[in-house]
Design a protein around this ligand. Structure first.
Ligand code: ADP
Length: 294
């Protein structure tokens, strides 16, 4: 199977900041891969390197078998532009035409507008669009040239539920027709909706490259809070990732809250005021990376 994008031992420094430390990644043609990580993990930097907008400080990047900066390897590439770069006085339809003009076999304007729910906005100046509308336009532009591989950086941030669903549908259609997709998100739910393979980035390193199911076990942690006098050392439970006491409240992190609550009951651990809630990805990563360092 052809490798569409590849990073080998890639590092990237910005002055004193090390954004990526030796990242390896292979994306095969026709794959849909989610890059998951909290803010600052290095997702955008990696996408920038793979799409040729930045150069690595070390290691190798390849797009379609060659240098991502070489136009020959970029012919089948689609990327979302920075929304801040959309010319404010141009109309949506004009921006679409402008981008289409760069490609030999672009998708028809009406079809592109329709696929991304932009039909009604074609005559609006981009400067007057809402954040969500700009985001939809930016994502649509990635598809203007009938790409074979698209890189979508946080494609649905700021979109309402309906617009997010529509966009997911457009991405699925592209993928079902054989397109390769790399998308970044800091929501597991978004990646789960689209991808089966998830690459987890944290602090510039690949923490996991696995199925959504496995990654959910790693980062999809639940926080169980309860009031209990039981000493922490008595809580040697399967699946307990971390435990802390704050006054008379105990906070337990685990990938499987149901199982943990059953175990507490079976062991006759006294408790009241039980609460279960999802942790944010940031919390999950703090716990995971903290554990690694200990
Ligand atoms: P993510 O997309 O996962 O939020 P980024 O790739 O944007 O992460 O950032 C990774 C790290 O590199 C962060 O610490 C960020 O502050 C830093 N960084 C990214 N771009 C630049 C830049 N142009 N100049 C300096 N630091 C940068």
């Amino acid at each position: 199977m052809m490798i569409h994008a590849r990073a080998q031992g890639v590092t990237k420094h910005f002055g004193g900041t090390v954004a990526l430390h030796g990242v390896d990644l292979e994306v095969r043609a026709g794959e849909l891969v989610g890059l998951l990580g909290p803010n600052g993990a290095g997702k955008s930097t990696l996408v920038g390197l793979l799409t040729g907008s930045r150069r690595p400080s070390g290691g190798r990047v390849e797009l379609c078998g060659g240098d991502p900066r070489d136009p020959r390897n970029r012919r089948t590439l689609g990327v979302t532009p920075q929304e801040t770069g959309l010319p404010a006085s141009l109309r949506v339809g004009e921006v679409v035409d402008f981008v289409r003009a760069h490609f030999p076999n672009p998708i028809a304007k009406a079809e592109l507008l329709d696929r991304f729910g932009l039909g009604d906005l074609a005559r609006r100046q981009t400067g007057g669009l809402s954040g969500g509308q700009k985001r939809r336009l930016a994502v649509a532009l990635a598809f203007a040239g009938r790409p074979e591989i698209v890189f979508l950086d946080e494609p649905t941030t700021g979109l309402d539920v309906g617009a997010r669903r529509d966009l997911w549908e457009a991405i699925r259609t592209f993928h079902a027709d054989g397109g390769t997709v790399v998308l970044t998100s800091h929501y597991l739910e978004e990646i789960e909706a689209l991808a089966r393979r998830v690459v987890v980035l944290a602090n510039g390193r690949v923490l996991a490259d696995d199925s959504v199911e496995s990654v959910r076990g790693l980062v999809g942690l639940r926080r169980i809070s309860l009031t209990s006098p039981v000493p922490l050392t008595d809580l040697d439970l399967d699946g307990l990732v971390s435990v802390e006491r704050a006054g008379d409240r105990l906070h337990l992190l685990t990938p499987d809250a149901d199982r943990m609550v059953r175990a507490l009951v079976e062991r006759n651990v006294p408790f009241r005021d039980l609460e279960v809630r999802p942790t944010s990805l940031e919390e999950a990563f703090l716990t995971l990376t903290g554990k690694e360092q200990r």
